[in-house]
Ligand binder design. Structure first.
Ligand SMILES: Nc1ncnc2c1ncn2[C@@H]1O[C@H](COP(=O)(O)OP(=O)(O)OP(=O)(O)O)[C@@H](O)[C@H]1O
Ligand SMILES: [Mg+2]
Length: 497
């Protein structure tokens, strides 16, 4: 008897056939990978199984009992929990309240919530997952993206699921977060529990999953054991054609002009980083790496003027101006791609067109009018450049798949022709084919004299595309390495920890 059986399940959103007659079976104690290009239907399938949305047709069974969850809670009761792809925690509540959402009754006495009791239970729950550094009474919105994801993970585990679904979570996590996650997955497997693991990191899928299901355009293409499968083959199955092997830059030397476009001096943000100085040159890709709490994500925000620095300066040299807020930053040709795209990068309730055109409005304006035709053309061009999968540019961003949201978030700065791009985890949730095209695009921008700061948790990516890699450790620049042949991950890790 399989734990979960999905039979001929379909789902159409207005005109998008997101899932077509999908069938699969998950066995007890199985870790199943689920891969496919952006928009291929992975999250849709996961959402149906976990009660977030209902299918149009088809049937599901959990341990041979009909499985028709109408809510996440119903799915929880049937033994299924999920860590969703986008943000699944609620702002304004504490860590403990998020963790025990829906279970408050356990901590209520004569109508009063026993907060201390709940916090204590939360502390304990977090500790069992190896999370020591998060306080239960902290407001969740004060936490880093990674820590919020870990709280969601703890919440999903707390349900005690027979089947845990993890949707594209690891790319939001640092090495430490990933270790916690994979450790727990192994523990679940040992207890005969099952996992559906969705990821664009194919190496990770091959390493941790027993079997892998490949989706394409809403259809399940194949399910294979991971033993004997390699990345190249898996990519081919996903994309439906052989991919070019060169993924990263092929030259082995740093190359950029002498012209400094961004001058950063003694930049400090109290509690995050201090005394950071560097010059960013035209034609340069400056990678910034470190452990997730090293201050690099905050640095990106300060460079773009989203957070005010405690001291120090950021100067846009061509404009001869200091940048201290994002309006000035945009006026000086800066663009910023945040790691947390849903909350910081996009207006989810607006169309793709409006999102892409937003930073360019001043350029589209003639007298007081904005030409609808120009706006449309700009958005079409942007969407085409990154092959955004959508029904039209009028579609709301809310309804895009995760990777396609990321593309919109990037596209708005590309169509604006920004001179200086600050990209925080630019390929988070992006499929292998598009990832390759984003790297190619970065090379092209480099050739055209643009300057890029790329903050990344992925060492291979840092090594693969950067001219220089600046490594932060506890908020301080530990070292800056030049691009060269045989620069290794070990060397970078050495400075990170
Ligand atoms: N609520 C919705 N309304 C309209 N269209 C939707 C909705 N949810 C998903 N879609 C569409 O369904 C298709 C499948 O999306 P899904 O989120 O399942 O893709 P995915 O495989 O998870 O992709 P990614 O790797 O980018 O996360 C996409 O074309 C998406 O735009
Ligand atoms: Mg998805």
């Amino acid at each position: 008897m399989s734990l979960l059986r999905v039979q001929s399940v379909s789902k159409t959103f207005v005109t998008t056939r997101a899932l077509r007659e999908a069938s699969l079976a998950i066995e007890e104690g199985e870790i199943r990978g689920l891969v496919g290009e952006n928009g291929s239907g992975k999250s849709t399938l996961a959402s149906i199984v976990s009660g977030i949305i209902t299918p149009d047709s088809g049937q599901m069974f959990m341990q041979d009992k009909p499985h028709t969850p109408k809510t996440v809670l119903e799915a929880n009761n049937a033994g299924i929990s999920i860590v969703v792809q986008e943000m699944g925690t609620i702002d304004g509540l504490t860590v403990a309240a998020n963790l025990f959402l829906g279970e408050e009754r356990r901590f209520t006495k004569r109508g009063l919530l026993k907060t201390a009791h709940m916090n204590k239970a939360a502390k304990q729950a977090l500790r069992t997952f190896g999370i020591e550094n998060i306080e239960p009474d902290a407001d969740i919105s004060a936490l880093s993206f990674e820590d919020r994801k870990l709280i969601e993970f703890a919440k999903a585990l707390h349900v005690g699921p027979d089947l845990l679904i993890v949707d594209e979570t690891t790319t939001a996590l640092s090495q430490r977060g990933r270790e916690i996650l994979f450790g727990e997955l192994q523990r679940l497997k040992a207890a005969k529990k099952s996992i559906i693991f969705i990821s664009h990191d194919l190496a990770e899928v091959l390493e941790h999953c027993d079997t892998v299901t490949v989706m394409k355009d809403g259809v399940i293409v194949d399910t294979l054991p991971t033993a004997g499968l390699d990345e190249r083959k898996l990519k081919e199955l996903m994309v439906g054609r052989e991919l070019q092997q060169t993924y990263y830059r092929e030259d082995n030397e740093a190359s950029y002009t002498d012209e400094v476009v961004l001058r950063v001096r003694d930049l400090t943000l109290k509690g995050s980083f201090s005394d950071i100085s560097f010059d960013l040159h035209s034609g340069e890709i400056l990678g910034i790496g470190g452990l997730t709490n090293c201050g690099m994500h905050e640095l990106g925000k300060v460079l773009f003027g989203l957070h005010a620095a405690t001291s120090g300066s950021v100067e846009a040299v061509r404009h001869g101006r200091k940048v201290s807020n994002y309006r000035e930053a945009i006026a000086c040709g800066l663009g910023y791609l945040p790691k947390n795209r849903d909350q910081e990068g996009l207006m989810l309730l607006s169309s793709i067109k409006d999102n892409i055109c937003l930073p360019s409005l001043s350029r589209l304006r003639k007298n007081t009018f904005i030409s609808p035709r120009k706006e449309r053309e700009l958005a079409e061009r942007g969407a085409q450049q990154l092959s955004i999968k959508m029904s039209s540019i009028n579609q709301l961003c809310l309804y895009l798949s995760g990777g396609n949201k990321q593309k919109v978030s990037l596209s708005k700065w590309l169509v604006r022709d920004s001179d200086i791009l600050i990209l925080d985890c630019p390929t988070r949730g992006i499929d292998v084919a598009v990832k390759a095209s984003i790297y190619t695009l970065m090379q092209e921008l480099k050739r055209r004299g643009k300057a890029i700061v790329m903050i990344s948790e992925e060492l291979q990516e840092l090594i693969g595309v950067s001219d220089r890699i600046m490594i932060l450790r506890r908020g301080i620049v530990e070292n800056t390495l030049n691009r060269r042949e045989n620069l290794s991950e070990e060397e970078i890790i050495h400075y990170m920890i």
